[in-house]
Design a protein around this ligand. Sequence first.
Ligand code: C2E
Ligand code: MG
Ligand code: MG
Ligand code: MG
Length: 292
Amino acid sequence: RAKETGKARAVVYSPSLAGPPQHDISLEAAMFQAVREGEFQLYYQPIVDAQTREIQGFETLMRWKHPTLGMVPPARFIPIAETNGLINLLGAWALKAACVQLKQFEEVAKRSLYISVNISPRQFRNDKFLDVLDDAIAFSGLLGEQLVLEITEGTLMIDPVHAESILSKMAERKARIAIDDFGTGYSSLAYLKRFPISVLKIDRTFIRDLPGSQKDGAICNAVLDLAKHLNLSVVAEGVETEEQLQYLEQRGCQYIQGYLTGKPMAANVALAALKESIHVKMVPAELRQVAQ
Ligand code: C2E
Ligand code: MG
Ligand code: MG
Ligand code: MG
């Protein structure tokens, strides 16, 4: 019974609502060790054009490979890092490393791409956040517009006045703001009017039961319609089947992210995928030449 309750509490934990979370002290100690030992890595998941399936960008997803525990999922370690403040250090590293990595991706792909990076509520509120952002942009040489910062509705709602000022400074740097897990947070739609937002990422829970679920279909259609009229782009998260992609594409969803079009992968695997895509694109051109 007690164990069950503890588990449920861990699952519904939200930094804005709960007190200090109950977490594993030994896992926390291991995290500091992991930072020193360099056990954290970045994976990259392709975000593709729903029509052409061409990779447009990547979302950066943090991974912790512990020598004995194995892969510790971000759902376990991010909340701890958020509580003890380690997220500021990890997040700054992830942002800079991802921007540098994108440069290499672009060299291989021979075209412009973008990188989408998750920003936690605590990072967003940190005094140094804009310095971290400027450093990542300057060090990597990316254009601000190649950077998408993913925040949740909760991050905006904690302190909307502060959020407004940070978001306008991000906009000055041309970085785009995406609302992650759109539709799952506690917020009103009014913030879409108030804040300079560019992208809505439809949460995986609304995609999972497509095309069968009428309710999820209605929600996705409403989001797509809303985005169209507010001039926002939409990324559907967690697309796993061809049917889901077709459904979304037919209703005007421009971008797709999910296991169907690419799982989160190590940088070298992403590089191989980009090389492969150049190859695939060249084939039709060669065929056309032969045909003439
Ligand atoms: P998120 O930002 O919503 O990331 C999307 C999650 O969905 C990722 O889980 C990804 O692996 C998973 N996913 C993508 N496509 C599919 C699919 O087709 N099917 C299924 N079942 N899952 C899919 P992941 O990597 O475990 O990350 C979980 C969450 O941890 C992220 O959710 C994000 O909130 C957080 N996170 C990950 N990396 C970072 C980071 O560097 N910084 C911060 N602040 N948070 C991060
Ligand atoms: Mg995200
Ligand atoms: Mg998401
Ligand atoms: Mg999500």
